[in-house]
Write a protein that binds this ligand. Structure first.
Ligand SMILES: Cc1ncc(COP(=O)(O)O)c(C=O)c1O
Length: 370
């Protein structure tokens, strides 16, 4: 493995220091929650090693709404990031080829790269509403293709891929015995649509990944999971987990269990904020002279584009926006895209912070336009 740091982490709000950012529009989650929101009663919590696959009740809660899945199909990990690492390192070697649909969450690119796997990137197209091109994916498959990696709901655009297309991709890949990794970390941020079942329900060649970080506002407890109905693969993933960490933190598992027990209460608060802030963002974008987007359908983020007729030093714009206007967004290079694009997180800020942050963006743009 050849590790290197990723710009999205080097330049992240937590590395800059939250107190150094006045208007944080760089996050991809809802606002962080506190221990008191979870009301733990944990004086007698035994601080032992937990079940290697993850706390049994937590695994049941993760798949409780599915008639197709049971808790043996779930491996609880110490975050979605770890689940992604487990899947990539278990399935890929430097002799393997994979297709990564880009833009994508940086880890989904960097871990296969660190392994030395051969990567074909398929870039989603703004003009095509960032939808999957299944013919192109089929065309790029090689004899040594092991894995296709997608993120849905999509980071950083907030779009959802067409279901029929994903289902037909799943069928095609099962025939070819190629795995599909679906990073579903944004799934419960569906504030204006019904939640879809995990794609792992559909085939033993699909691995779904999620966590409590984004929709629950609990990234600090580092609990995520992978779902896969293939028993052999589950054993492989378990072996990887045992070598990395043996078991998760029982404290984290206990808290994640509480969050999932009170899921509807948690998600109600998240969805209310998302709906309100999305309306504000939509109004701002409606007749924006310099920015355009494919309106996100879900999630807490949008990927905005400076219109083609606009040209200035975008990288300097983000520096000035942060340093002079106290506002951070996620520039395109976090996702290996042009800095003409940036990710705007509308789910994390309060309404007042969002309004003020959007105003700061406009002020900063006018500095560069004139
Ligand atoms: C698409 C995607 N997957 C996974 C992660 C990592 O989530 P976790 O906090 O559970 O490690 C992120 C975090 O930004 C993400 O955007």
């Amino acid at each position: 493995m050849k590790y290197q740091r990723m710009p999205i982490e080097v330049e992240s709000p937590e590395e800059l220091g939250y107190t150094n950012i006045q208007y944080n529009l760089a996050e991809s989650s809802v606002r962080d929650r506190t221990i008191s929101d979870l009301r733990p009663n944990w004086d007698n919590l035994v601080l032992n090693y937990s079940d290697h696959r993850g706390m049994p009740s937590l695994r049941r809660l993760i798949c409780e709404n599915s008639a197709e899945l049971n808790s043996n199909d779930v491996l609880v990990t110490q975050s979605a990031a770890m689940a992604l690492f487990i899947v990539n390192t278990s399935l890929l070697s430097s002799a393997d080829h994979l297709i990564v649909i880009r833009p994508n969450y940086a880890t989904n690119i960097e871990t296969p790269r660190a392994i030395g796997a051969e990567i074909t990137f398929i870039d989603l197209d703004f003009e095509n509403n960032y939808q999957l091109d299944i013919d192109l994916i089929k065309y790029q498959i090689k004899p040594n293709t092991k894995l296709i990696s997608i993120t849905n709901p999509h980071n950083p655009t907030g779009v959802e891929f067409d279901m029929v297309t994903i289902f037909s991709l799943i069928d095609f890949l099962a025939e070819k015995k190629i795995y599909l990794l679906v990073d579903e970390t944004y799934r419960e941020l569906n504030f204006q649509s019904r939640i879809s079942p995990y794609f792992a329900e559909k085939s033993k060649y699909v691995i779904s990944i999620s966590s409590v970080s984004k929709a629950f506002g609990l990234p600090g407890i580092r609990i995520g999971w992978l779902i896969c109905k293939n028993e052999q693969l589950q054993l492989l993933f378990l072996a990887a987990k045992e070598q990395i960490i043996i078991t998760n933190s029982v404290i984290d598992e206990y808290l994640a269990n509480l969050a999932l027990e009170h899921k509807s209460e948690f998600l109600k608060i998240s969805h209310e904020r998302l709906s309100k802030n999305f309306e504000i963002t939509k109004q701002w974008m409606q007749s924006h002279p310099y920015l355009e987007w494919n309106e996100p359908k879900t999630g807490a983020i949008a990927f905005l584009k400076f219109k083609e007729n606009i040209d200035f030093d975008f990288s300097e714009f983000y520096n000035v926006l942060l340093k002079e206007y106290g506002t951070q967004v996620g520039p395109g290079h976090w996702f290996e895209q042009s800095d003409r694009y940036f990710r705007l997180g509308f789910g994390y800020p309060t309404e007042a912070e969002l309004r003020a942050g959007l105003l700061q963006i406009d002020k900063c743009i006018s500095l560069f336009i004139i």
